[in-house]
Design a protein around this ligand. Structure first.
Ligand SMILES: Nc1ncnc2c1ncn2[C@@H]1O[C@H](COP(=O)(O)OP(=O)(O)OP(=O)(O)O)[C@@H](O)[C@H]1O
Length: 225
């Protein structure tokens, strides 16, 4: 394995003066390529904040962040957008699918918008990913007609569309029943094994965390275990 990302001494504060909340207090973390790690910690401990920073959706107040040997603190917004599109995928607790679009359209939409057109290659990759997610018979279903677990599997396929090295998942199974949650996790584990995609998955659920090779615990704004 080789280094994927390294953050050092991350500090993130929200607000100023008396309203100041210091969420991250010098957090350091290293991820290798190919890891599948759970991110645990009490509510409000800063898991989502950390995922947003790692996803380059938010800058820390201070600290260092290197991913794939690039300095993502020094990078400007344009470089960050390009980096994110190429290297990072996201899955959220609420799938954020476009209701009027089919499963396939949802998977390829972000790529189509970015490239200004919908290519046949994108459609082929989108279809292949949906088949991989066990949704061969749902490819052309509108998103509204999918179950919660199916929607989340579409969201995983969408996150994988650009073959990112890293997928950040913020409570991806938080809204699912046990069977659907396990199905989503099995598919994530399969992609991790077969493609070497690195996953960092925040969860409150110990059973979900146990399915990951590594557990990272956040508390008091740092990694505690
Ligand atoms: N934009 C913001 N402005 C002010 N405070 C914020 C902002 N975003 C997060 N916070 C605060 O930062 C702290 C950490 O929030 P965060 O969502 O990162 O925690 P979490 O560990 O993901 O929690 P949960 O497990 O409940 O989702 C909370 O106290 C929250 O109120």
């Amino acid at each position: 394995m080789s280094a994927l990302l390294d953050v050092r001494d991350l500090v993130k504060t929200f607000g100023t003066g008396e309203a100041e909340t210091r969420v991250l207090r010098g957090l350091s973390l290293h991820l290798e390529r190919g890891e599948m790690a759970a991110l645990l910690g009490p509510s409000g401990s800063g898991k989502s904040t950390l995922l947003r920073i790692l996803g380059t959706l938010m800058k820390p107040t201070s600290g260092q962040y290197l991913m794939l040997s690039q300095d993502l603190i020094a990078a400007d917004d344009r470089a960050l957008t390009e980096f994110r599109n190429r290297h990072i995928g996201f899955v959220f607790q609420f799938h954020n699918l476009l209701p009027d679009f089919t499963a396939l359209e949802n998977v390829i939409f972000p790529t189509a918008v970015r490239e200004g057109r919908e290519t046949s290659q994108a459609r082929a990759r989108g279809r292949a990913l949906l088949i991989r997610m066990g949704l061969a018979d749902r490819i052309d279903f509108p998103a509204t007609k999918l179950s919660g677990g199916q929607k989340q599997r579409v969201a995983v396929a969408r996150a994988l569309m650009n073959s990112p090295e890293l997928v950040l998942a913020d409570e991806p199974t938080g809204n699912l029943d046990r069977v659907s949650a396990m199905q989503v996790m099995d598919l994530i584990a399969q992609i991790n094994r077969e493609e070497g995609t690195t996953f960092l998955i925040s969860t409150h659920d110990e059973k979900i965390a146990d399915l990951c090779q590594r557990q990272i615990v956040v508390g008091d704004g740092v990694v505690t275990g």
